[in-house]
Design a protein around this ligand. Structure first.
Ligand SMILES: Nc1ncnc2c1ncn2[C@@H]1O[C@H](COP(=O)(O)OP(=O)(O)O)[C@@H](O)[C@H]1O
Ligand SMILES: [Mg+2]
Length: 356
């Protein structure tokens, strides 16, 4: 059997560049090399596409080492991105944040006509935009926390008024977030008016639209969804962050945040969360895989749907693959399943178009 050529697409013009290199290195180490031949396509912080070419005799594990040490630029050559179909059969984006996770890259794969792993354009764009996602969740009737939108031009017009609305409707503390971001970048928990202004100034560096949310005193529960038409969900996991909330530093730099798998929840609550996870994935037109994140109120036990991550962290110790591992699907098998699902979507789409 001819090996399928899988382009691992990593890096990216995003503040989650480093995180992507770690995930990509993990995937490269684990992927079944009997079945797949790898092509390494990196996107620099400046948005330039490069192909990582290994020195003579070097294997995939060398590529993984190079990414882990963030030295891949030394081994790359300029790459015209439209060549992707010439060098690969399938694109596997292991990349996060704006431009990568928000449907733009997925739109490029659609345009050149290469099958790819994970969610399509609509689901990626919706999930990445915290305001748009909350509107969909609300419409479908999923439980979400109280929130408000704040646009930059409004804030610049009258920030006192903007603050007043927040103080009256949501109260303090509140969470201030850029609508389009990930990995907690640009997010602040504001406890008072002056912190609110500082939080807005920071968040507006990343986006011109913000979401302001009531702060929930909550446990953080995550669900790993896998599938196309009939998505399945793994056992649930809980994150116990070290510190006031789950910040960028606690996600990647300190290992004191604890992952509890399976999450300690009643069977009823577990089933309810797993059910909402699948339905939320379907509501945004999810395909392939995603991690659906929840809050569970510590005081009232209420469930809140927080967000969907369509390209969740994918190192061996990341929540998504670990939840599947705990449900009986090994790390390499999870990767393989994501590739199969990408091919399935591609073939379905082409069959539908052929029938017109
Ligand atoms: N409304 C909220 N109430 C309590 N904690 C929150 C709230 N929103 C965010 N957080 C905390 O901030 C972290 C990051 O926020 P999140 O919405 O998940 O953004 P990101 O896309 O950056 O992961 C969460 O994991 C949680 O610890
Ligand atoms: Mg999150």
């Amino acid at each position: 059997m001819n090996k399928r050529k899988i382009a691992i697409v990593f890096g990216g013009k995003s503040s989650e560049h480093e995180v992507s290199l770690m995930s990509a290195a993990s995937v490269i180490r684990a992927i079944n090399k009997e079945r797949y031949e790898l092509v390494y396509i990196g996107i620099t912080r400046d948005g330039e596409w490069r192909r990582l070419v290994l020195p003579e005799g070097m294997t995939a594990s060398f590529a993984a080492d190079v990414l882990e040490q963030s030295t891949w630029l030394n081994y790359t050559e300029a790459f015209n991105m439209s060549y992707i179909k010439k060098v690969a059969d399938f694109a596997l984006p292991i990349i996060h944040g704006p431009n990568c996770e928000d449907g733009k890259l997925q739109g490029f794969f659609e345009t050149v006509g290469i099958p790819y792993g994970g969610c399509g354009v609509l689901a990626s764009a919706l999930a990445m935009d915290k305001l748009a996602a909350k509107d969909v969740f609300d419409k479908v009737g999923f439980p979400i926390c109280k929130h408000r939108a704040l646009f930059k031009y409004k804030y610049e017009e009258d920030r006192e008024r903007a603050e007043q609305h927040v103080a009256e409707e949501l109260g303090y503390p509140c969470f201030v977030k850029p609508a389009n971001m990930g990995s907690s970048v640009g997010i602040t928990k504001a406890h008072n008016k002056s912190e609110f202004f500082r939080a807005c100034d920071l968040a507006f560096k990343y986006d011109k639209r913000l979401i302001i949310e009531e702060a929930i005193n909550a446990r953080e529960v995550e669900a790993a969804v896998l599938g196309n038409a009939h998505p399945e969900v793994a056992v649930l996991g809980e994150i116990v962050p070290h510190g006031e909330f789950y910040t960028y530093e606690s996600k990647y730099d300190d290992d004191e945040s604890v992952l509890v798998i399976p999450a300690k929840l009643s069977p009823e609550m577990t089933e309810e969360i797993r059910d909402i996870a699948v339905k939320a994935f379907q509501a945004i037109d999810g395909e392939g895989y995603a991690r659906v994140d929840f809050f569970v109120g510590k005081d009232d036990g209420k469930i809140y749907l927080n967000e969907i991550n369509t390209l969740p962290g994918f190192t061996k110790i990341s929540m998504f693959p670990m939840l599947w591992e705990a449900s009986g699907l090994s790390y390499p098998d999870t990767i393989e399943r994501i590739i199969e699902l990408g091919y399935e979507r591609y073939n379905d789409q082409n069959n539908r178009q052929a029938m017109l």
